[in-house]
Design a protein around this ligand. Structure first.
Ligand code: CAA
Length: 384
């Protein structure tokens, strides 16, 4: 187990932080207020930072760095804007990973390379109105007819839609056999019958886009089946294991940003003739925040290291996601409290961090589902 990041990790962090400070921070409030997807920033993340494929091999257009570097990239972007952080996380962990892990050589060349280079944006279509926490309740269908599957149904709450170009979509190919009847497909934007529904107006992470996918007799070429028929649920679960490292990193970054804002404010704000940081009530709050951040960071990096080493890391990723997001909510709350009435005003970073943090306890598996995952690893799948 690693207890310290390497010099290379920290150099990488510095590079992403400088980019985030220079390019994202100045417009984060505008993106939030306008519900604006930062297309130009994403292009620069690809062309200047080359981080759209951080953990993927160079031969497939990636940066060839490790999973900890990927966690650092999401953390550093989220430290200034949680929306930009999740755009990267959903693209790398959910949109690209299943193709890297389960794709054929042809699929990797056709889809992973442009995703890893950042020429295309990726997304993941799992959630449906009746299949949220119960992901196995998928109702979207794919019926094989000759050379194509015919896809019908829809997905909700899809991060990066409608901007994403490539969607990994889960559909039932064999009804009546539960999770074993679900298959995964690579679906391209622009195919006939594939449209988008509502673009959600959200409480936070408003610079990221979230929309519905609608499939009306979409012809998906047979060669776009990802993995084998019936392997889809496993692909989704394995993908989400890794995705949870991304969301934990997003929660950590948001909380880090809120903590730094509170620390600065507490040192500058004078009440009763001295900085409010000199009051023990505030310095102890800051001490608690710093401790939670450090603990979350260790959980995340150790899960990332396990993934990198091809160990079983699903439980550790769930622990990291649950802990980091629960603690992020506590930290943004304390950070806003330290700011007093000023923190409640639009335009204050801490007000945005407060709203951005909440989603991290909900998506990529609610924290209640994280307990299901952790408990099933501890006690086994009793009763199944
Ligand atoms: N890796 C590989 N296989 C796995 C697995 C994993 N992590 N977890 C389960 N499986 C396998 C099981 O071994 C089992 O296989 P067999 O039937 O062959 O034995 C099969 O999958 C079914 O497993 P379960 O019986 O445990 O499945 P379940 O129906 O009880 O569901 C669950 C388990 C953990 C609750 C799962 O449904 C789940 O993770 N739900 C949450 C869904 C979720 O996270 N959604 C997020 C959507 S994406 C998103 O939020 C993105 C965003 O916006 C940014």
């Amino acid at each position: 187990m690693l207890f310290k990041t390497t010099e290379k990790h920290e150099e990488f962090r510095k590079k992403v932080r400088e980019f985030a400070e220079a390019e994202v921070k100045p417009i984060a409030f505008q993106l939030d207020q306008n519900n604006e997807f930062p297309e130009e920033i994403i292009k620069k993340m690809a062309s200047e930072l080359h981080i759209m494929g951080v953990p993927y091999p160079k031969e497939y257009g990636g940066l060839g760095e490790d999973v900890i570097s990927y966690a650092i990239a999401v953390e550093e972007l989220s430290r200034v804007d949680g929306g930009v952080g999740v755009i990267l996380s959903a693209h790398v962990s959910l949109g690209s990973y299943p193709i890297e892990a389960f794709g054929t050589e042809e699929q990797k060349k056709k889809y992973l390379v442009p995703l890893a280079k950042g020429e295309k944006i990726g997304a993941f279509g799992l959630t449906e109105p009746e299949a949220g926490s119960d992901a196995g309740g998928t109702q979207t269908t794919a019926v094989l007819e000759g050379d194509h599957y015919i896809l019908n149904g829809g997905k909700i709450f899809i991060t990066n839609a409608p901007y994403a170009d490539t969607y990994v979509v889960f559909a039932v190919t064999h009804p009546g056999i539960g999770t074993h009847g679900i298959s995964a497909f690579i679906v391209e934007k622009g195919w006939e019958g594939f449209t988008f529904g509502d673009h959600y107006d959200k409480l936070g992470i408003r610079s990221s886009s979230t929309a519905e996918l609608i499939f009306n007799n979409v012809k998906v070429p047979k060669e776009n089946l990802l993995g084998k028929e019936g392997q889809g649920f496993r692909i989704a679960m394995q993908t989400l294991d890794g995705g949870r490292i991304g969301i934990a990193s997003q929660a950590l970054g948001i909380a880090q940003g809120a903590y730094e804002a509170a620390l600065k404010y507490a040192k500058e704000r004078i009440q009763f003739g001295k900085p409010i940081a000199a009051q023990q009530i505030n310095s102890f709050k800051l001490a608690e925040m710093a401790t939670k951040l450090r603990a979350a960071r260790f959980l995340i990096y150790s899960a990332a290291e396990m993934k990198q080493n091809h160990e079983n890391f699903g439980m550790e990723a769930a622990m990291a996601k649950k802990y980091a997001s629960d603690k992020a909510l506590e930290i943004v709350n304390d950070a806003l409290q330290i700011h007093g009435g000023n923190g409640y005003l639009k335009g204050m970073e801490v007000e945005r961090f407060y709203r951005d943090a909440k989603i991290t306890t909900i998506y990529e598996g609610t924290n209640e589902i994280m307990n299901v995952v952790i408990a099933s690893n501890i006690v086994g799948r009793l009763g199944k």
